[in-house]
Structures are given as C-alpha cells and as structure tokens.
Design a protein around this ligand. Structure first.
Ligand code: MN
Ligand code: MN
Length: 464
C-alpha cells in the first residue's frame, strides 16, 4: 500500500528537506544578492534604474539604438523611468509567439500630497496619500525614508533619497499613547488610523525673528532650498514616496527566510531579471516586463493597461523586418506568459482565511495560481488546463518544486495581478510567483527556498 500511495499521491513536501549543503549555499548566496538589490531599489524608479544598470552590464542595449535586430540580440526599453521591457531575440520568428514573464516593481507606500508641507503647534509635517492597499496602522511609529524626484519648472530633475544611510535622519508618523487611546482602541482596526492622520513628522526648529508666522515650516523650506535648491512650489511637480527605512534581512535562527519591504512584487521582478541575464539564444523570443502601477489597478502610461507594451513589441517586429498589418495580434495569440506576482502564503496564525488544501506554503516552491478571483471567480483570468499542463511539464522536466494554489477561501479571497491584461490580448497566461506572509505590510516575509525556485522557474521557461 505504501508503494501505491507513493505512486498516486501528490508530494507536498517542504523544499528544505534533503537539500545538501552546496545547494543550500547556492540558495543563500542568491538571496544575499536579492537583499542587497532590494536595499537599493525600494521604489519603482530605483528598481528600474538598478535594472538598467544590471542589463547594461550584461550586454543589453537600448532598443532605440538598433535599426535592425537579429536572433541573439539583447534589448530593452525604459518607459518614463518607471517601467521597463527587456527582450532576448529568439531563433524562431516572433510570429510563433513570445515567452513573456511579467512582474511589477511598484509597492504599497505613502506618497506626498501635492501641497504637503504645513506647520502645527511647533511641528512641521508632510501630508501623505497612501498608495495601494495598506493597513494604515502598520505605517505609524516606524522609521520612514523619503525617495523620489522633484522636477523644477525648467525641467531640472532632483533625485531625493534620505533616511537610508546610517548618518541620515529618518522620519516617522506618530500614534496616540495607550493611556489616552481609549476611544481609538474601541474603533474598528480599519478606522483606528484615518488616512488624513498619516502626516509625517519632519521638523521642530523655528527660524529666528519676530512677527513671522510658520517659523518651523520656513526653516524646513530653507533647509530644502539649501539642500536641493527648491521652493515650496517645486513640490507641485514632485513624486516623493515614503517607504520603510528598514534594511532587508535574513529572518530566523536558521536564516531560512527574508524579511523586507516591497517584496510584492520586487521578488518576482528581481528573480525574472536575473533569469533574463542568464538567457542565451532562446528558441522563442524571451520578454521580461517590469511594470508599474499594479498596486493601484495597472492604469496610466507606466501601468500594464497602457499601450506602451504593444508599442515595444511592434518595434521588435519592425526592427526584425517582419511587421505587417495585424501581426501584433497574431504574436500575442501565439504567446505564453508567466504573470509573476506574489501569492498569499498560508499563515498558521491566521489559518481561518485559507483552505489548507489549496493554500500556498512557504518553502514548498513556486506557486501557480490558476485563477485569482474570489467568490464566483469574478474578474479572474482562469488559465486553460492545456497551458497549466505545459507549465507543469516544464517544471517537472527541470525538477523544480511547485504548488497549485488559491488566494484564500472561496468567499474571502481574491486579488488582481496583470495576468488578465495579457490574457485579454490572447496570450496564454498563468500567475506564477512566490508565497509571502504579511503582504503589503512594511515588512513582508518569504522563504529563501521559494525565491531560488522562482529564479529557476523563470530561467527554465525562457529556455524551453
Ligand atoms: Mn503584486
Ligand atoms: Mn500587491
């Protein structure tokens, strides 16, 4: 009977079991690279800047510099410094379809409002507007850093990054002391901290002088003027983002996990970028999408809903000398895609929200999510069985550990990715990413085993 069970049952074991030391070291080394990268890429702009640097070092070139492209060429296109598409041109005609992996590089955070700066009772503050789905209470009383750009009316662009170096100051949002929080503690968790209360504390020294109002605000503006050459109006044309000032760290006595901000979805962006750097002469053209704005619905000209990606693929077809009317549609209809985004990992402390037979588990390998919609699968891109079989075959051929999962219980779960956008163009798509705990929190938790399996999955997909 043991033999029969061995033959028929699905094997849902943890990847760490029966791993030899050299394999474990390989995983840990790869994850050290990942954590270093994360520390220099906390925002979408920083991620794209680093990704471009990595691509340049690996012989990729801006597509704009090519009049013609040939099999084996490595190209990229950067869209407004916030999203990026890379490709390694395949041996087969693009007419036979592309192999696409798409992730996103934006993460939940707090953005500054257009008129952020004010003074109240001796304190200066920046007003914020949160970006993406956050639990607001998690963003108070933690160290925050400010990242982004200020663009002056004359076009001069100033890059801001303050709060990351040990010698930098940090910023924080205060919360009420428990002694006086009787009313607050009675509120529902979602109302405990109001959106309008997420104001960042940025200073408290007033300028000298009588008959001047808002002396602390003036002092802050003076510091900003000396440091960045700006006035208050220059903040109109800025994109300044507050992110946790924590560093990415190994987690646990056994160091088996990574705790870091923004792993949704920089974990899949990094692993697919690294996989793309390791691709030589693929059969089908390999395309890597690093998109923006996924956390707020993929809208806008740097989001996946934009026509920028169609433009990129059209340019590939133009520069290959094969383009003709409607070819773009055909290319999409023959393409395959892994929508690489994180999955909700099963958390035993909050077990009641998951179906334990269909949850994604940390340490059990890459998670394939056939569909994401909750209740009646509303709004889901549901991958075809034929395509799931193709992906399984690819994973099994390469001895990659994988699990088929759902995002929460039927009546509870649900979450969007960019999968449906490409599926609507005719591409065969499945969500395929890393399970994660504390999604969208300032510190998110993943398993190093799964991170490395994601890297291996993406390499195998492009090499198939
Ligand atoms: Mn995501
Ligand atoms: Mn997300």
């Amino acid at each position: 009977m043991e033999e029969l069970k061995e033959k028929l049952f699905s094997k849902k074991t943890v990847g760490w079991e029966s791993l030899d030391d050299s394999k474990k070291n390989e995983i840990f080394d790869f994850c050290n690279g990942y954590m270093n990268f994360l520390n220099n890429a906390k925002t979408e702009r920083e991620f794209i800047k680093q990704a471009r640097k990595v691509a340049d070092e690996h012989g990729f070139k801006d597509l704009i510099n090519f009049s013609q492209i040939h099999p084996g060429d490595k190209v990229y296109f950067v869209n407004r410094d916030k999203s990026m598409y890379l490709a390694v041109i395949g041996q087969e005609s693009m007419e036979n379809g592309l192999h696409i992996i798409g992730s996103h590089v934006d993460s939940p955070r707090l953005d500054l409002k257009p008129n952020p700066l004010y003074e109240d009772t001796g304190f200066a503050y920046f007003k914020t507007h949160y970006y993406g789905g956050i639990k607001k209470y998690q963003w108070t009383t933690i160290p925050l850093s400010i990242h982004g750009v200020i663009v002056k009316a004359n076009g001069e662009k100033i890059e801001v990054n303050i709060g990351e170096k040990d010698t930098d100051p940090i910023f924080t949002i205060t919360d009420l002391l428990p002694h006086l929080a009787v009313d607050q503690m009675e509120k529902k968790l979602k109302n405990g901290i109001e959106g309008e209360a997420l104001n960042l504390l940025i200073g408290s020294i007033p300028v000298d002088g009588d008959n001047i109002s808002e002396k602390v605000k003036l002092n802050i503006l003076n510091i900003l003027n000396q440091r960045y050459g700006i006035t208050e109006d220059d903040l109109f044309s800025s994109e300044l983002e507050l992110v946790p000032a924590f560093k990415a760290r190994s987690l646990g006595f056994d160091e088996s996990m990574v705790a870091a901000y923004g792993q949704d979805d920089k974990i899949c962006a990094y692993t697919s970028l690294m996989a793309m750097m390791n691709i030589e002469n693929p059969k089908n053209t390999a395309v890597c999408i690093l998109s923006d704005k996924e956390e707020i619905g993929s809208m806008g000209n740097t989001g996946m809903e934009s026509h920028m990606f169609d433009f990129f693929v059209s340019e590939l077809l133009n520069k290959s000398g094969i383009n003709r009317p409607n070819l773009l549609d055909k290319v999409f209809c023959f393409s395959k895609m892994l929508s690489s985004d994180v999955d909700a990992g099963y958390d035993p402390i909050y077990a009641s929200v998951s179906d334990r037979y269909n949850a994604g588990y940390l340490g059990k390998g890459i998670a394939l999510v056939k569909y994401t919609g909750a209740r009646g699968k509303s709004g889901a891109s549901d991958a075809n069985a034929e395509f799931v079989a193709w992906v399984r075959n690819m994973l099994e051929e390469n001895e990659i550990k994988y699990q088929l999962t759902e995002l929460g219980k039927v009546d509870i779960g649900g979450g969007g990715t960019i999968a449906y956008i490409l599926a609507n163009k005719g591409v065969d798509v499945i969500d395929c990413g890393v399970p994660l705990l504390s999604m969208h929190a300032p510190y998110e938790v993943t398993s190093k085993f799964d991170i490395y399996e994601a890297f291996r999955t993406y390499k195998a997909f492009w090499n198939k």
